[in-house]
Design a protein around this ligand. Sequence first.
Ligand code: L34
Length: 292
Amino acid sequence: MTLIDGKKVSDDIKKEIAQEVEAMVAGGKRRPHLVAILVGHDGGSETYVANKVRACEVCGFKSTLIRFEDDVTEDTLLDTINKLNNDADVDGFIVQLPLPRHINEQRVIEAIDYRKDVDGFHPVNVGRQSIGLPCFHSATPAGIVELLSRYDVPVKGADCVVLGRSNIVGKPVAALLMQKAGGDATVTVCHSSTRDLASHTRRADIIIAALGKPGFVTADMVKDGAAIIDVGTTRVPDASRKSGFRLCGDVDFENVAPKCSYITPVPGGVGPMTIVSLMKNTLLAAKGTVYP
Ligand code: L34
């Protein structure tokens, strides 16, 4: 069994990006600039955005964090997005999800200029990704494909089962993996209405678990020698930890790992790759590679 080290791969890629940025700066260009909008104080979002800001420092990017309280109005948020769309100093920006319930998430996403949508959540980028055109690829799916490729996990023609059909992971990762350039796999997407879900996972060469249910994938659901990508990061209360919680993946790691060819841990697997994919998109935005 090979443990896929997302932390190490992401650190390697950040170093590659930092070198490229220093060469850009030496050539007279300004540093790539990423802006993150964070609404409220959700513990997970706070951590993820802090990790993004830190990654910007490591990559040599400029970053700006814009914070709003939970009661921010949708209009204020849309005004801010409009300003960022028109700010030539900003290469790309993200609005960290989830947003409070009084805000229409889709309206917010669609307000972002797709040429600055380094999350790849705008329907233009989602659509272009789904038909294999140049675009900003959504970060978690791109990170997963990169991990599979760097570890030489056989993907071409593999039976790949995606658990979960969210807009930010399940749907886009399925779209990528089924494409020739994204992996060339045979992809099945399972969700809450899937009949006999285990019959699908038991045939899978690769399982991508992205449902947000701690420990959902158990050993009896996994074929010997399968590769497992665990996207879940649920905070489960744990009084023995100083933080009061521990991070749980969607996979019962302890019992599943011995059966696998490859498996990603939580933390240290997909999470850091999500962040580094955002850095890659921001660099592409600054260079004008995707939308010249
Ligand atoms: N707009 N909203 C927007 N873009 C995104 O790309 C995200 N996502 C998801 C939630 N909302 C978003 C993230 O940033 C999930 N996500 C994310 C990012 C980073 C990590 C996990 C999820 C991460 O760094 N995980 C670490 C552990 C962090 C911890 O200690 O809690 C890991 O090693 O898995």
